[in-house]
Design a protein around this ligand. Structure first.
Ligand code: GDP
Ligand code: IMO
Ligand code: MG
Length: 422
């Protein structure tokens, strides 16, 4: 069985937890797009792992983690995650497989991401400043450098010098300190030696897995509302988040994808700037943020929070061909008197679907809300449906009916075992 997990909102839906949960039965867990702008939290055996590049299923004994060609890599982050796991006794040789087609996030990409954000001033996008946009821009304009070059050192050295000299001229325009070529090359030499044993042709690994009917789980990053084409551009990320990204990002033939799980947080969160139709403010927002520990896994920034936006989620499910839903963080909503859900948008007095909105419309739409009675009972970590208050059940039933896709998992806490099979 080949399946995919995608984020259906603005990221941080709890994908890491659900990937880990579903990984018990997997042979391969594959990252295929994005980079270390992602932050996927796994809490297993009492320990918390905030993964940025490591496939979130890696903690399971049987699972091999694949980082396929579509992922862009900051090698410092990659090495520190490998070291973190090795320190905890995980043996990663033969268990972590990285494509030589992955593009490298260079020091000048990070510097340019930061410089552009600063230059945008009040129009900043709120990127993670991890160099994602500049690295992907270099990829599509044939200026990227891949792990493939790193393994062919003379070519790497030549390309790195050429690109850095050009980027340093651009950085000068921004009045940013230039990148030191000699120092960085010395660092890359050490990084190269460290990661070389993990680099392989991941296309063949996935092809063999499909042929041998292995269970393969593709781990999506970010969320559909951050998709470079289908999010409110430019308040998006650099990669495509939707199902097709698996094909381009790993080489898996489209026909082989059998199941798509959308992770839906029971409310909405967003880090970074840009429109957020159901955003809340004041005490209510603060209490949801605190209860839900809504602080960025990658940057530590407080996340903006709001009601569940089913107009946007419905679009996400349609465009990704979602077959199953995992609802997360329903426990965070306990204690509220009333819970609202957005079921559509009005723009200038008329209905407007999410797909017709650019960022200008999305900033101005008026959400149409359905209100639900809240519940006071603490449901942290409950494992059976019968323990859910009737109000929580009504809320979940409404979501399932509105979206027209079956809920398969209800997550009731951050740890691996805190969920209800639905
Ligand atoms: P991801 O990027 O989609 O993997 O999500 P993050 O890991 O960035 O953010 C989700 C946060 O919510 C993490 O701190 C998780 O440990 C936590 N989390 C996941 N599922 C649940 C849940 O059902 N309830 C609660 N309270 N926390 C959860
Ligand atoms: P996970 O996988 C939340 C957001 C950033 C910013 C925009 C562009 O953990 O859900 P970028 O650094 O990608 O150029 O920033 O995209 N963003 C995320 N927000 N979770 C993520 O990943 C994100 N990945 C990118 O906050 O608004
Ligand atoms: Mg995250």
């Amino acid at each position: 069985m080949v399946s995919l997990i995608i984020g259906s909102q603005w990221g941080d839906e709890g994908k890491g937890k659900i990937v880990d949960l579903l990984s018990e039965k997997q042979d391969l867990v594959v990252r295929f797009h994005g980079g270390n702008n992602a932050g996927h939290t796994v809490i297993a055996n009492g320990k918390k792992y905030p993964f940025h590049l490591m496939p979130s299923g890696i903690l399971h004994k049987k699972v091999a983690g694949v980082i396929a060609n579509g992922t862009v890599l900051d090698l410092d982050v990659l090495v520190s995650e490998i070291e973190m796991l090795q320190k905890d006794g995980y043996k990663l040789e033969g268990k972590l497989l990285i494509s030589d087609r992955c593009h490298i996030i260079m020091p000048y990409h990070k510097a340019m991401d930061e410089a552009m954000e600063n230059a945008r001033g009040k129009n900043k996008l709120g990127t993670t400043k991890r160099g994602i946009g500049p690295a992907l821009a270099d990829k599509v304009s044939y200026n990227g450098i891949r792990l493939y070059e790193l393994l062919n050192w003379p070519q790497f050295e030549e390309k790195f010098k050429f690109q850095t000299e050009i980027k340093n001229k651009i950085l000068k325009v921004f009045k940013v300190k230039p990148i030191n070529i000699v120092d960085e090359l010395a660092k890359f030499k050490i990084l190269m030696e460290f990661i070389e044993p993990f680099i392989t042709d991941t296309y063949q690994v996935i092809k063999k897995g499909v042929k041998e009917k292995e269970n393969i789980l593709f781990e999506g990053a970010h969320g559909v509302m951050l998709d470079n084409d289908f999010g409110p551009y430019p308040y998006v990320t650099g990669s495509n988040v939707i199902t097709g990204a698996v094909n381009t990002g790993s080489g898996l033939p489209v026909k082989d994808m059998k199941e798509v799980w959308a992770v839906v947080k029971a409310y909405t969160s967003r880090v970074g700037e840009g429109p957020f139709p159901t955003e809340l403010s004041g005490k209510l927002a603060d209490s949801i943020r605190e209860k839900g520990a809504e602080y960025g896994t990658t940057t530590g920034r407080p996340r903006r929070v709001g009601w569940l936006d089913l107009e946007a989620v419905k679009f996400a499910l349609e465009v990704t061909g979602t077959t199953n839903i995992a609802i997360t963080k329903i426990d965070v909503l306990s204690g509220l008197d009333e819970i609202k859900v957005c079921t559509g948008y009005k723009y200038k007095g008329k209905d407007i679907p999410y797909s017709s909105c650019g960022y200008v419309e999305l900033e101005k739409v008026e959400p149409v809300y359905e209100a639900f009675k809240g519940w006071q009972k603490n449901i942290d970590g409950v494992k059976s449906e019968s323990k859910l208050p009737k109000e929580a059940k009504a809320y979940l039933k409404f979501i399932e009916k509105f979206l027209g896709v079956k809920i398969g998992i209800i997550s009731t806490g951050p740890a691996r075992e805190e969920y209800i099979k639905y």
